[in-house]
Design a protein around this ligand. Structure first.
Ligand code: ARG
Length: 457
């Protein structure tokens, strides 16, 4: 018999049961469901809606049910529909009429909203912890390779030399913002919807603030219709995860490039690479590719919830049952992506010789030479022109800028002095980019210090 079977004269069709059920995926919220029900029962007792003895009986049975599910002892069927009814049905099986009182002043509509918020609060904390672990690894790899120089790119063309640590710390910044976004998201998830009941509130004298306190919520929702139909906190979770995935995907793309024989900037550890079933020589960056690839489904989950919600009238509609699989999928995939990426990054071998090899190729120090002239009073646009000519000269003569003699420089502009040879050196280019947030050794040192400070808090 269904918990809602009273007004029905016929059994549900089997296909309806299969189609309608969410138990196959909302089972993962069983702990939140039980936690919520215990808090609800305590509130009912405190308000004299049920007796103290009834509450104790309910709480004890719910804790037993939790253990049964922990130990895989409870069998669920599609006919139970969802985790909320499966647990309530088991409760009634165990303690009879007292169990039937639990659903007083409550609806599955506010119950599911409560469960998912509790679940997301837990997972947001988990993702935050994993991000911190990854940030620690990024900081460590940066710190251990402080002097390593590589070409910096724009348009994937060599642009200016940078420190490898500077490059890594750019990702530190991105993920730090993602961490902040999770904190911000948490505030909007941390609002307690139970007591909205089906849509309009309840005639019982309930105490919603008590329930919020029991469950550790910062706030109570303000409008019952909004409480049961709002899913923007789920869309926002999907968005924040999509943003993390986008950052991780960019990082992955660079790992993939760096690990090619064309770049040869890093080697991936054998434990974090894969082989080919046909080409014996292959060592593939599957982890980075999968992290990049998973970004697609994570974006999909964001678009999915936004689309599910866009035409829904107030208040609850069954459509919103489609909110869960996407956000669960995004959570699962971002967690494992961040975790495995962290291990992969921690074990890369940095080929600093390859990074700096041919560093002068691509005339990577050209800006520095133009700046040199500009600092001697030549308007920058003109200095740009002079160095452009120098580059053309080098190309004709198969040389790089660092191979020019002072006499050659001099032919292009009389402001060149002997110190241009030193100024054109790659280490000088790094050292001199000392503007706040630049790639100089001392600025990277400052960033590392800040990173460490952030990680200590
Ligand atoms: N399984 C449902 C969901 O995930 C629970 C709420 C159902 N409420 C209802 N009145 N049908 O959204």
């Amino acid at each position: 018999m269904k918990l809602w079977g009273g007004r029905f004269n016929k059994e549900s069709s089997k296909l309806l049961e299969k189609f309608n059920a969410s138990i196959t995926f909302d089972i993962r919220m069983y702990k939140e469901d039980i936690m919520g029900s215990i808090a609800h029962s305590k509130m009912l007792a405190k308000q004299n809606i049920i007796s103290k003895e009834e509450q104790e009986k309910i709480e004890k049975a719910l804790k037993e049910i939790e253990l049964e599910i922990d130990n895989d002892e409870l069998e669920f069927s599609l006919a139970d529909e969802d985790i909320h009814m499966a647990i309530e049905k088991r409760l009634i099986q165990k303690i009879g009429d007292t169990g039937k009182k639990l659903h007083t002043a409550r609806s599955r509509n506010d119950q599911v909203a409560l469960d998912i918020r509790l679940y997301l609060k837990k997972e947001i904390k988990n993702i935050k912890e994993i991000i911190i672990d990854l940030l620690k690894v990024i900081k460590e790899v940066a710190k251990n390779n402080k002097e390593v120089i590589l070409p910096g790119y724009t348009h994937l063309q060599r642009a200016q030399p940078i420190l490898f640590a500077h490059h890594l710390l750019a990702y530190f910044e991105m993920l730090k913002r993602d961490y902040d976004r999770l904190n911000d998201l948490y505030k909007r998830v941390d609002v307690m919807p139970l007591g909205a009941s089906a849509l309009a509130g309840t005639t019982y004298n309930i105490d919603r603030h008590f329930v919020a306190k029991e469950l550790g919520f910062g706030k109570v929702t303000n409008n019952s219709l909004d409480s049961v139909s709002d899913r923007d906190f789920i869309a926002e979770t999907n968005f924040v995860i999509a943003m993390i995935a986008m950052h991780m995907s960019r990082f992955s793309e660079e790992i993939i490039l760096w690990a090619t024989s064309e770049f040869g900037f890093i080697n991936l550890d054998d434990a974090y690479s894969t082989g080919s079933s046909i080409m014996p020589q292959k060592k593939n960056p599957d982890i980075a590719e999968l992290v990049r690839g998973k970004t697609g489904r994570i974006y999909g989950n964001l678009i999915s919830i936004l689309t599910v919600m866009k035409g829904l009238p107030l208040a609850y509609n069954k459509d919103t049952q489609e909110d869960k699989e996407g956000v669960f999928d995004s959570i699962d995939n971002i967690k494992i992506s961040l975790e495995i990426f962290k291990e992969m990054l921690a074990t890369i071998k940095v080929n600093k010789e390859n990074m700096i090899k041919d560093i002068y190729k691509g005339f990577i120090n050209a800006t520095d030479i133009a700046d040199y002239l500009a600092k001697k009073g030549i308007p920058f646009r003109e200095a740009h022109e002079v160095v452009g000519k120098l580059v053309a000269y080098c190309e004709e003569n198969n040389k790089y800028l660092n191979e020019l003699t002072f006499d050659e420089y001099k032919k292009f502009n009389e402001k060149f002095e002997e110190d241009i040879i030193e100024k054109a050196k790659i280490e000088t280019c790094i050292k001199d980019r000392n503007s706040y947030g630049g790639t100089s050794y001392s600025e990277v040192e400052r960033q590392l210090k800040e990173a460490e400070k952030f990680l200590k808090n």
